[in-house]
Each structure stands twice: as structure tokens, then as C-alpha cells.
Design a protein around this ligand. Structure first.
Ligand code: GLC
Length: 422
């Protein structure tokens, strides 16, 4: 199949399947800007699309529903942009997608439209995730950092101090769990990007590294990587602190379990705090948050996550698309989106906004942790490198490959994909 046919086919699948909308927007008068959003976020994007349409009569935003996992939407976005037929005007992209989409020439540089003062309004780490080879292609919309949630009530009742080390976490989890009703530690172990985010935190906490983005050195054969993988395997082994099912969990499965009181510790993103405090949550008022653990007990660096907005070069309406970026990243829009979802905004003033702080007081504590978040390597071939790591970690977790062999195989394949001699 030619690239453009492949793109058209993927898009037809998307529009005909998960993303089906009743009306055909191209038949409506005026300008339609198309954008792909995860299905679970669409209800929260709608008010932003509506307020934009009020300010720009005649321009409407068509929000296509896509799958929730980042990897799946990255492939759909790639296929659509590859076809070059203007399928999407606005691109909603993860921190890890910028390099690939920018290197392919599919995104418009943004500096002309957004001057220094406007760019300075964003958290520096979140803004940096939109830069590729010195140019800005993505404006941050919301931001993420990996955190360790714990049941403050259970730890306090047992006289256990919130753990800072892996050993402390394992010990506290073991003492306070009563499986299968309540597990010690939940994390995202399914074969997808979330597993990479978590594994990188454990790897950094053991002093290791995955890929050095400057030298392209791969650290997966070092003893630190073996120790990190051993922590995952130990957690899930019989008699361990994590359920076997963790190997199939993504963010929302782990949040639901934690929120219904079925775990002592949870590794996840900032949105969990706000949602776990709401009516109906079994753990409201009982949740504490820590930086991710390390071997030494020094605060760990959570993986930097987050989502931003870009304009597709193939868009027939780049001017209107740029205006939508400006609208969506305004303080008012950040408030409207982050309050109900619990997501952390990407603007500095939003982190100090009284309305947002009243709804989510946790933002005040999060700032320090966010400032030390660790980005994933900036690589145009990030998706391939991540896929390799995901596959080999999964093989090891499923007991299909001895851990060191899995890591060595991942290292070899990664070097090939990055163009290094294996
Ligand atoms: C969150 C993060 C994103 C990460 C994803 C993994 O959405 O914001 O950066 O890639 O989780 O599941």
C-alpha cells in the first residue's frame, strides 16, 4: 500500500469506527478544524470547542474520538499526517511525539505566531517538550509527572513513615496488604507506553538509564537495568506486593482499584489525586503523595508526561488552527479543562490560579516534584525504541524470557533502530 493509501485507510477506519460522528462536517458551511482526542477526554474538550466557536463564528472544531492509549493514537496520527490530505488541522500530541512529527516535516513551527512573552507563560519543562532542533512545534496544554500515591491513614495507623526507598515501599506494602482484597502496590504493567514511563522511574531510581539522547548509548545491559527489572518481577511474583493482573493494567484500571480502597500504594499521574478526593471515592481524605522511590531515599525523578497542541502543515486553515491553539492554552480554557478532569495545567499562572487551587489544592505541592521530572529521550524514532522496550519487558514479566536476556535483546534491537552497530 502506498503511504497515502495506508493513511487514508487508517483514517477511514478511524472515522468509520471509533471516531464516527453523525454529520459530515465538510458539508457544513464555514471552516471546520479537525482534531483527534482520546475518547475519555472528548466531553472536556467540547466546552473549549464551543467557546472557540463563539469567539470565531464560522469556525468549528470537529473533535474525532480516538483510542485512549498514546501509542495507538500516535499510529493513527502518523497515518493521517503521512497521507498529507489535511485530515487533521490541530494535532493533540504527547511529549514523546514531537521529535518524530517535527522531523517528518508534518508540523508548523510556532515561534512566529507565539512570541517570547506568550511562550514564557508555560512551565519550562512542558515547553521544552515541544522543541525539536531548536524550533518550537508544540504548545503545552496539560502536563504530567509520575508520582507515588499512598494510603496515609493505613501507614499512620501502623506507625510506618511514608517510604522513600524501594525497600521501604516493599516492606510497607507487604505489612499493610491483605491480598486479594487489598494489594500492596499497583502500577501500569500492560504492554504500552505507560509501562515504559513506570520502568524508567524504577530504572532511574536504581541509578540506570535507557538511552542517552546525545550519545545514543543504551544502558539496558548494565546491572542497574537488571536490578530495576528484578524489582518489577519481584513485585509480581507469588507472595509479592502486586497482583498478577498488573501486567494488564493501564492508568484507569489502577486508579479504580486504588480509589475503591484495594491498594496501599499506586504509581500514577497527578489527575489521580483530585479524582480520589471526590464524592464516592472510598479513599477521600486518606491519600498522601510522594516522589517516586529510589535506592538511596533521595527524592526520585518521576517521568515527565503531558499533552500539547500543534498545527499540521497540511492544514488548509493554519491561521484558524493557530488561533485555536491560543484559545485552548489560555488561562480560562485551562481552568475549564483541568478543574473537572484533575489534570495539571501547563501554564504557570494556572498553577497559581485561586479557582484551580480551590478545586485542586494538591497543585501547590506538585510544583516542586514537577520541576524535577525526567523527560523521556527526545528521538525521532522514539516510538520504535519504546515498542522494543515494551515487548521485551513484557516477555520478561510473562516469564517467556530470562530477564537479562530480555534486556540484552532489547539493547541490541534498540541500537539497530537508532542506527548504531549492535
Ligand atoms: C500520560 C502522560 C503521557 C504518557 C502516557 C503513558 O498520558 O501524560 O506523557 O506517555 O500517560 O500512558
Amino acid at each position: 500500500m502506498t503511504p497515502s493509501r495506508a493513511g487514508a485507510a487508517a483514517l477511514a477506519l478511524l472515522l468509520g469506527g471509533i471516531g464516527c460522528r453523525s454529520e459530515d462536517p465538510s458539508r457544513l458551511p464555514g471552516i471546520t478544524l479537525r482534531m483527534l482526542v482520546p475518547a475519555n477526554e472528548r466531553p472536556f474538550w467540547l466546552p473549549l470547542a464551543e467557546s472557540f466557536a463563539r469567539s470565531y463564528p464560522g469556525v468549528r472544531i470537529d473533535l474525532e474520538e480516538g483510542p485512549v492509549p498514546t501509542d495507538l493514537r500516535e499510529s493513527l496520527t502518523t497515518s493521517a499526517l503521512l497521507s498529507g490530505d489535511g485530515a487533521f488541522d490541530v494535532v493533540y500530541l504527547d511529549v514523546t511525539w514531537t521529535a518524530k512529527l517535527a522531523a517528518a516535516g508534518w508540523l508548523l513551527p510556532l515561534e512566529d505566531a507565539f512570541g517570547e512573552e506568550e511562550r514564557d507563560a508555560f512551565l519550562p519543562q512542558a515547553l521544552a517538550a515541544g522543541v525539536f532542533r531548536g524550533r518550537l512545534y508544540r504548545l503545552p496544554f496539560r502536563t504530567d509527572v509520575g508520582l507515588l500515591y499512598y494510603r496515609a491513614d493505613l501507614l499512620a495507623a501502623a506507625g510506618i513513615a511514608p517510604p522513600r526507598t524501594f525497600a521501604g515501599l516493599e516492606d510497607a506494602a507487604r505489612r499493610l496488604q491483605s491480598p486479594p482484597g487489598r494489594w500492596g502496590f499497583l502500577w501500569q504493567g500492560a504492554q504500552y507506553e505507560g509501562l515504559v514511563c513506570f520502568f524508567l522511574e524504577v530504572l532511574r531510581g536504581h541509578g540506570g538509564s535507557w538511552i542517552d539522547p546525545e550519545t545514543l548509548a543504551v544502558g539496558l545491559e548494565e546491572p542497574e537495568a537488571a536490578a530495576a527489572l528484578d524489582f518489577l518481577l519481584r513485585s509480581r511474583a507469588p507472595g509479592g506486593i502486586s497482583p498478577e493482573g498488573v501486567g494488564a493494567y493501564k492508568e484507569e484500571e489502577t486508579r479504580h482499584l486504588f480509589q475503591s480502597g484495594r491498594a496501599v500504594f499506586l504509581r500514577s499521574w497527578p489527575y489521580v489525586w483530585s479524582l480520589s478526593q471526590r464524592e464516592g471515592s472510598a479513599v477521600a481524605g486518606k491519600v498522601g503523595v510522594l516522589p517516586v522511590p529510589t535506592l538511596s531515599g533521595a527524592p526520585g525523578a518521576g517521568t515527565l508526561g503531558g499533552w500539547g497542541l500543534a498545527v499540521a502543515r497540511s492544514s488548509r486553515h493554519p491561521r484558524e488552527a493557530l488561533e485555536f491553539l491560543r484559545h485552548a492554552t489560555s488561562l480560562e480554557s485551562q481552568r475549564a479543562f483541568c478543574e473537572p478532569t484533575g489534570f495539571a495545567p501547563a501554564r504557570k499562572d494556572a498553577w497559581r490560579d485561586p479557582a484551580l487551587l480551590a478545586a485542586n489544592p494538591f497543585l501547590a505541592d506538585l510544583e516542586r516534584v514537577h520541576a524535577s521530572a525526567a523527560p523521556r529521550p527526545v528521538l525521532a524514532r522514539y516510538a520504535q525504541a519504546s515498542d522494543i522496550l515494551q515487548r521485551h519487558l513484557t516477555a520478561a514479566l510473562a516469564g517467556l524470557a530470562p530477564p537479562r536476556e530480555a534486556l540484552a535483546a532489547a539493547a541490541r534491537e534498540t541500537r539497530i533502530v537508532l542506527g548504531e552497530a549492535p
